[in-house]
Design a protein around this ligand. Sequence first.
Ligand SMILES: Cc1cc2nc3c(=O)[nH]c(=O)nc-3n(C[C@H](O)[C@H](O)[C@H](O)COP(=O)(O)O)c2cc1C
Length: 231
Amino acid sequence: MPARSNVQLQIIEAFNFRHATKIFDPDKKISDFDFETILEAGRLSPTSFGHEPFKVLVIQSPEMREHFREFSWGANGMMNGSKGQLGTASHFGLILASTAETMTAGSDYLQDHYRSVKQLPDDVIELFNGAYGKFQSTDHRVMSDREISDWSGKQAYIVLANMMTAAALMGIDSCPIEGFDMELTTTALSEHFGVDTTKWKPAVMFAFGHRASDPQFPKTRRPMAETVSWF
Ligand SMILES: Cc1cc2nc3c(=O)[nH]c(=O)nc-3n(C[C@H](O)[C@H](O)[C@H](O)COP(=O)(O)O)c2cc1C
């Protein structure tokens, strides 16, 4: 096999560097400029049909973060007796997923998105309405409220993956977090953050910062031959 190029080496190094950071150094903050770059990697992420069915909430107020502590076992340090990602991350937040209210084929929201954001002409909008309608009703059967917000959540996970990779390339640590109670998180978003939860549901939480110490365990993965099949 030929030697890896510099870019290839950087990519693999970044993926090895990234680990699910449990405790961040609370004194090491990410600069605004670096975090803007992480957010831009998220914003430029691909989404199915280009619908961008996600929104990012960044929660920097320590008091506001505490609204999630009681029911966010994946972020509260419960397992290591620390303040967890909630209490130590430089940047903490959630990615919200769009609900059926906006993401049902033919919705007013989507007509406006096609026109204002994607700047599509009317005849192409008609094609999008037909293709997305068929996708929802037949191809993938994404019909119920739950199925539609789960589908939006899939897009949110791609967004977060790109944010974490961008961060790792800059030597910034991160943790994806789904260790939280969905229903209680939804209620907290509505009560304390003014989120219209008929339009938005929580998909995944995130934490970014700089590790307090090196990972406790080495990275383990299945071997390539068990992970990939070629035909
Ligand atoms: C969608 C998702 C949700 C996760 N939720 C949590 C979580 O709630 N708390 C946590 O500490 N780690 C969480 N993790 C981290 C995984 O446990 C971790 O990525 C996995 O064990 C592999 O370890 P590594 O990322 O350090 O290589 C999550 C990872 C993913 C992809």
